[in-house]
Design a protein around this ligand. Structure first.
Ligand code: FA5
Ligand code: MG
Length: 430
């Protein structure tokens, strides 16, 4: 199991992000247009799903009825698996006894107290949004990596499962809201380890200022940036008490300047949120030409893992009473007591990759087969032979949070993984 140390380290190097560090950790130079993610586009949808759990076929989220057929389509522009549909409508952040719900309420309390209930709160906006809402409305460039089929779940070419709560910013601004918080589940195709899960939760905050808010002659952007930092430092103190924190300059398409807040936790700097001064173009499009605004997006799991000492992100989805009974409404920061630790089982798979191979596609196959029994997928060997063929060897860690796994079931899972890796990812097993 990952220690808190490696947890923090993993978070700092999280791959899928809407941000771009100015220190060069991430850069547009590796942003791929859709055409180069043909791997994901040609990623066949699984149809013989004998290992799948049955899931409810019609959901209602925020007054919107969503049927399974609306989300899982037999269409080449659809890359949503059953396992993701099963998470829609779970709304962990709306459960008062769940760590994410307890955290959401503690953040609400901070804003209500410090801003006299001025912030409007939304926590059941439908996670199915248009490409326009998710990307265009917040000025994400056409070739940004986050738009690729490899990173985002597409229902069809114009509809996605939101990959951030910023997808709701523009619409709420257009509707006239000037102070708001949006909490919701967000979806990203991603790697597998103790801190990455294809569904996690974010809270977006937006505050719009009018010219009378800043003194004449002062720089409005500086004033708003300072206010934003003060607000979020106060929130961090409200949640964590006295903590060491630092601001890191970064890049987001929708804010300028942009920052990330890091908290020093168990010997490492941990990125907990992204934020900045809203791009003027976004305000202009919502009819607010004289205003300036700030916005932030924070990761609820990251904060909750620290606050409650939760070592593995899969635990948030556990229905095991030994997990759920440890958290109570209003009790922030109760430390999670691990009930038991079952041994992991490691299996390796090696293959010659094809041009279209991506690690996210491999992880998707592993999750399709093993679900939450997949704890980690790690590249352990990588070489290119004289003929220019590249071989990858991945180690898959299988572990249940709730019970010991038998050799027989692991072998079955691994054999299915091997079959599907070969047939779906067009690689050659070694
Ligand atoms: C965004 O999603 C921006 N929309 C945030 C934002 C909003 C910036 C408004 C400016 C203004 P990013 O991809 O960095 O940015 O994610 C924001 C936060 O979500 C991260 O700081 C982290 O706390 C959390 N997060 C991101 N990826 C993951 C992941 N794979 N698993 C768990 N939490 C994650
Ligand atoms: Mg980030």
């Amino acid at each position: 199991m990952a220690t808190a140390f490696s947890f923090a380290q993993a978070l700092l190097f999280s791959k899928t992000s809407l941000s771009l560090r100015t220190n060069g950790l991430k850069s547009f130079s590796f942003c791929l247009p859709f055409s180069s993610s043909s791997a994901a586009l040609s990623f066949d949808k699984p149809h013989s799903k004998k290992w799948k759990q049955p899931v409810a076929s019609v959901l209602e989220i925020g007054g919107v009825k969503i049927s399974k057929d609306d989300v899982l389509r037999d269409d080449p522009t659809n890359n949503v698996p059953d396992t993701i549909f099963a998470k829609l409508g779970m709304q962990l952040h709306r459960r008062d006894h769940h760590p994410l719900g307890i955290l959401k309420n503690a953040i609400y309390e901070y804003f209500d107290t410090n801003y006299s209930n001025k912030f409007d709160k939304f926590d059941d906006l439908c996670p199915l949004v248009s490409v326009k809402e998710n990307f265009d409305d917040v000025l994400v460039p056409a070739d940004h990596v986050s738009r690729s089929y490899n990173d985002t779940y597409y229902v069809d070419s114009q509809t996605v499962l939101r990959c951030h709560t910023s997808a709701h910013q523009a619409e709420l601004l257009r509707r006239g809201h000037t102070h708001f918080l949006v909490t919701g589940d967000v979806y990203r195709r991603d790697s597998i380890d103790s801190t990455h899960y294809p569904v996690f939760h974010q809270m977006e905050g937006v505050r719009v200022f009018s010219p009378e808010d800043w003194a004449p002659g002062t720089d409005a952007t500086c004033y708003v940036a300072e206010d934003l930092k003060k607000c979020l430092e106060g929130l961090a103190r409200h949640l964590f008490g006295a903590v060491e924190m630092r601001w890191v300059d970064t890049y987001f398409p929708f804010t300028n300047p942009s920052f990330e807040l890091e908290i020093f936790f168990q010997e490492k700097w941990l990125e907990v949120l992204g934020c900045g001064v809203t791009e003027q173009e976004i305000l202009k499009r919502s009819g607010k030409t004289d205003n300036v605004a700030w916005a932030f997006g924070l990761g609820l799991e990251r904060l909750a893992m620290v606050l409650f000492d939760i070592p593995d992100i899969r635990l948030f989805w556990s229905t095991d009473e030994r997990f759920t009974s440890q958290f109570l409404k209003g009790q922030l920061g109760v430390k999670f007591k691990p009930y038991s630790k079952y041994p992991p089982c490691y299996k390796d798979v090696s293959f010659w990759i094809s041009e279209s191979f991506t690690e996210n596609n491999l992880c998707e196959v592993v999750r399709e087969v093993a679900g939450d029994l997949a704890e980690e997928v790690q590249l352990i060997d990588n070489f290119t032979n004289k003929k220019g063929m590249t071989s990858h060897c991945y180690r898959i860690a299988y572990r249940s949070m709730e019970r010991s796994l038998t050799d027989e079931e692991i072998n079955k899972l691994q054999s299915t993984v091997r079959e599907l890796v070969e047939s779906k990812l067009k690689v050659v097993l070694r």
